[in-house]
Design a protein around this ligand. Sequence first.
Ligand code: ADP
Length: 327
Amino acid sequence: MKKRVYSGIRATGRLHLGNYLGALKGMLALQDKYECIFSVVDLHTITVPYDPNTLKESVREIILDYLAVGLDPDKCYLEIQSKVPQHVELAYLLSTIYPVSRLEDLPTYKDKKAQYPKYVNMGLLYYPVLMAADVLLYKGELVPVGIDQEPHLEVMREIARKFNSMFGQTFPEPQRFKTEGEYVPSLTGKGKMSKSVEGSFITITDDFKTIRERLAAAPTDSGTEGGDLPKDSPVANLFTLLKLFVSDDVYKKFEQDYKEGDIRYVELKNVLAESIYKELKPIQDKRKEFLNNEKLVDEIIAEGIRKCTQMAEETIKEVREKMGFIY
Ligand code: ADP
C-alpha cells in the first residue's frame, strides 16, 4: 500500500508565501508519489475569532488556491474537514488518553492565548489533539507543514504511541515533510510570515504593484556598514526571502554588495518583487480558470469528500472496536 500523506490549512484568509513555501510546495512534491489528502481545516479555523457569514466563502478560497498552485484532483483528494465528521469522533476518543498539562505547555497555545486574551477557548487547547486525529484518521505517515508545526507533530506521535501501547498497533508515527521554505520570515522583521499579522505577508494572489508596495514597507538598515550579513534582523529576513526566490548568482551579488557596504535595497526589493511575481503569475492565471468553472470545483470537492469519508470510516471502525465499543 502507498504511504499516506495529510496536510491542512485553516480558512483564515488568503494564502501567503509562508503557506506556499512551507506547506504547499511539500504537498506538490508528494502528490506524485503517495496517496495524499489535503484539507481545508475549517474546524481549526473557528478556534480564533471569525465571521460565520464568510466562512463558506473562505473555505472555497482555499480550495481555489489549492487547485491554482497545482494540487491535482487526479493525484490527491481535497477535503473539507467538517464534512468528514469522523475527525471529531477520533479527536474525542484520542483526547481521553492525553494529558491536559502537555497541551497547556505548547508554544502555539501560549502564542494564541497572548494574541487573543479574550478568546481562550477549549477548542484552542484541543487544537493539537484534533490535528493528531486529522492525520491519524488516514494513518498518514508524512505531513508537509512548516517548522512552526513541529510541536504538534510531536504530540501526534506521542498520541499514536500511547494508543498503540494501550490498544494494540494501529497508527504510524507521522513525520513532518520538510521544504526549503519551512520557515518564511515576516516582512516586518519580527517572527514568521502569518495571515494574522498585518504587514507580515505577501499573498499568492497579490499583483505586482501590491508585492512592490508590501516589500517597500519592509524595514532595512543604512546598508553602508558592510561586514557579514546580520542574523535575526529585518535585513536577514529580506535575504532569506531573496534566497528562496532568486538564483544563487543573484543572491551572491547582493550578499557581496552588503559585505562591501554598498547595497541598494531599492534594487534588491525590485529584483525580489519581480522574481516573486514571476512565480505567482501562472498560479493567478490558473486560479481565474477555476474561478470561472464553479461546477468543476463543486465536483472535485464532492469526490474528495466521498473518498475521504470511506477511508475515514475504515479507521474509525477499527478504533471503536479496539477501544471496546463493540455493542
Ligand atoms: P498562518 O500561520 O498564516 O495562519 P496556518 O496556521 O493556517 O497559517 O498554516 C498553514 C500551513 O502553512 C502550515 O503548514 C504552516 O506550517 C505553514 N506556514 C504558515 N506560516 C508559515 C511560514 N511563515 N513559513 C513556513 N510555513 C508556514
